[in-house]
Ligand binder design. Structure first.
Ligand SMILES: [Zn+2]
Length: 124
């Protein structure tokens, strides 16, 4: 690495953001795993006591909510992993559509962006 320009600096900064975001998303997934596991236990208990227990519907709803959030966090981890892979192969910061540079400010605001602001605005 001989280039010590601002692009290299901002890439390192974005990589740090990505790693922090990945850790936070995984921590949330682990928390939700515990919530979902606890709720599953409670649902089984409710079923043996009374399958028409109104608590059952609430628990099922809360479990569905927790699962939905967990899925979104896992999708986020995958996006972050893809961005980190681009950092590793030096394709990070290059627009996937036009091949032009993605502005460092955009990458700091949205590290998982795959297109430059122009292509993103065009919706392509
Ligand atoms: Zn572009």
């Amino acid at each position: 690495m001989s280039t010590a320009d601002s692009t290299a600096d901002s890439t390192a900064e974005v990589e740090a953001l990505l790693r922090a975001e990945r850790a936070a998303a995984l921590a949330t997934v682990r928390d939700l795993d515990r919530v979902i596991a606890g709720v599953v236990e409670a649902t089984e208990g409710a079923n043996t006591d009374d399958e028409h227990d109104p608590e059952g519907a609430t628990i099922a709803f809360e479990r569905a909510q927790a699962s939905a959030v967990r899925d979104r966090q896992l999708a986020r981890v995958r996006e972050v992993d893809e961005a980190l892979a681009r950092v590793a192969t030096s394709t990070f910061g290059t627009c996937a559509r036009c091949g032009g540079p993605i502005a460092p400010g955009r990458l700091l605001a949205r590290p998982t962006a795959t297109r430059c602001i122009t292509c993103a605005a065009l919706g392509r």
